[in-house]
Design a protein. Sequence first.
Length: 203
Amino acid sequence: MRTSGSPTVQTLTVFAVVFSLQSLVGLVAPTVAIGLFALAPPLTTHPWTLPLSVYAHASVPHLLSNSVALLFVGMLVERVTTTLRFHAFFASVGMAAGVSQVLLGDLFGPPTAVLGASGAVFGLFGYLLAGNLVTDAVLGRVELSPGVQVALVAAFALAVTATTAAPGVALIAHFTGLALGLVAGRLHILRVETQGTNNRRPV
């Protein structure tokens, strides 16, 4: 396990820095802190919250749960990719998950603000599940049409997302992140083939 230059450790550091800033702002003006860090409709009002909300968290337990999950999956995924690709994937999936929650969440209730890295972490988890050697071997023996593959991804993502259901949980963001991660894993978009990774590829 590498820590020097680890994109997972770098991301955890960003978590800590952003949460510290949230806490400081929150002590002075709690309502201002929400507007500065949380992604909320309309999306064009505070555009900086699109990336910032991925690294912000609502509470210490929220921060710790996402950090532990990221530490587990991030250390595995980062072994087969570059630091730049890892961060680009994490941020893009996290933003897509947040946007989907904001845009589609009002179909199931009043519009709400969203923040946290769970969508991005679910993306890494999906990548880990779909892009590993065991999955490659199993699915390599089965011929499935593109439509069936999409249906399976959606069904699996929906089933896993349902297990995280709880009041206040951004289920749409979880579903989006996991689905994107599953697709990315099957396409191996993070994999970098080098002599060092050819013989040890967890994903």
